[in-house]
Design a protein around this ligand. Structure first.
Ligand code: NAD
Ligand code: DAU
Length: 353
């Protein structure tokens, strides 16, 4: 048995691949274009492991996807590959349309053609699992109920609009063609291998370098944080038992304002790697807000709990401590991802704020 995973060299994808192979021997074929966000160093521990087949390629390459499906006959395709950073989507939305919309379309068409050739059990058990985000639902007012699976789609950024488009394609390929799809919409993840353009890893690496900690606007925007290992276990649960054509929301029951997150990270660093110059919170700097910034996300994760018995294993207290420790213990990984391209991004996004 084999799974075809896309984007398995990125943050969540590489955690999924590592956790999967730590738990069972089912082979994974990992298709990843190795954009700035993809990093084979995340998968270094799998070198020489025949259960992991890495393929360097693009999900918009139909011939390649056709070949992988025909050659490996996966029982499921788990689709992580995406352009994932909201700020980058504001500076340059084109790549988001290409990968998130065109790429998902290409995978759906290839999967549909492949699925149509299958028969019997192989056809009945095939799944296309689309990994998506809570951002497709837009922004919640203070006190409004958390997003359920039937919340209207109101994407506000080029990133969330491209993910919403991909969710709609997945839904339509099921409704029209019968392709056996599963969609999961997850809240903000954090944990090991998180690229330091996103809030939590950026704050850790900037603090350790004595650089400003840029908090957008008033810092009171709320996100629902989930440890990445819990997102991976939720995907495994949905893949194993989710009902075909259904959507499952995944979240951490953990709403927190950005400024509180930054203060928690600073407090952990004060404890684990004290700075003789003073508490890390002295570096907090309020900067110009993100255009169109969503104020609040919160996930109602009762459906996945009710149907599949999934709940997060980590609390934020345990997960964020593990995460800060991981960054302290993996300074080489951090140094390697802070290449010239990373420095160009910091200057593009932060110099004019
Ligand atoms: P990431 O940016 O860290 O990784 C994306 C991966 O996809 C990289 O390895 C990259 O090389 C690869 N990729 C990009 N374009 C590609 C293409 N055209 N062909 C093949 N590979 C390509 O992203 P992430 O944070 O790991 O997110 C993974 C998925 O989960 C995305 O679909 C994202 O929308 C979704 N998601 C993320 C979060 C989060 O908090 N990070 C939360 C909910 C959902
Ligand atoms: O909700 C799920 C989404 O979470 C995923 O779909 C996205 O792929 C993922 O990137 C994430 O999106 P966010 O925009 O919420 O994550 P980010 O880490 O970029 O920002 C988190 C919050 O912190 C957000 O309110 C913006 C704020 N922020 C971010 C950065 C990078 C700052 O205040 N300063 C910063 O420098």
């Amino acid at each position: 048995m084999t799974l075809l995973v896309t984007g398995g060299a990125g943050f969540i994808g590489s955690n999924f691949v590592l956790n999967w192979l730590a738990q069972n021997d089912e082979r994974l074929v990992n298709l990843d274009a190795l954009t700035y966000a993809g990093n084979l160093q995340n998968l270094a521990s799998l070198q020489g492991d025949a259960r992991h087949v890495f393929v360097h390629g693009d999900i918009t390459d139909r011939a390649l996807v056709d070949r992988l499906l025909a050659e490996h006959r996966p029982r499921a395709l788990v689709h992580f590959a995406a352009e994932s950073h909201v700020d980058r989507s504001i500076h340059g939305p084109g790549a988001f349309m290409k990968t998130n919309v065109d790429g998902t379309f290409t995978l759906l068409e290839a999967a549909r053609a492949h699925w149509n050739t299958l028969q019997g059990d192989e056809k009945a058990s095939f799944r296309f699992h689309h990994v998506s985000t809570d951002e497709v639902y837009g922004s919640l007012a203070p006190g409004a109920p958390a997003f359920t699976e039937t919340h209207p789609y109101e994407p506000n950024s080029p990133y969330s609009a491209s993910k919403a488009a991909s969710d709609h394609l997945v839904r339509a390929w099921h409704h029209t063609y019968g392709l056996p799809v599963l969609t999961t919409n997850c809240s903000n993840n954090y944990g090991p291998y998180h690229f330091p353009e996103k809030l939590i890893p950026l704050m850790i690496v900037n603090a350790l370098a004595g650089k400003p900690l840029p908090v957008y606007g008033d810092g009171r925007q709320i996100r629902d944080w989930l440890y990445v290992g819990d997102h991976c276990s939720a995907i495994r649960a949905v893949l194993a038992g989710g009902r075909v054509g259904e959507v499952y929301n995944i979240g951490g029951w953990n709403e927190q304002a950005n400024i509180d997150i930054v203060n928690i990270v600073c407090g952990l660093l004060d404890e684990l790697r004290p700075d003789p110059a003073g508490p890390y919170a002295r570096l907090i700097t309020y900067v110009k807000d993100r255009p169109g910034h969503d104020r609040r996300y919160a996930i109602d994760a009762r459906k996945i709990e009710r149907e599949l018995g999934w709940r997060p294993a980590e609390t934020f207290t345990t997960g964020i401590r593990k995460t800060v420790r991981w960054y302290l213990e993996n300074a080489d990984w951090v140094a390697n991802v802070q290449s010239g391209g990373y420095r160009d991004w910091l200057s593009q996004n932060y110099s004019a704020r």
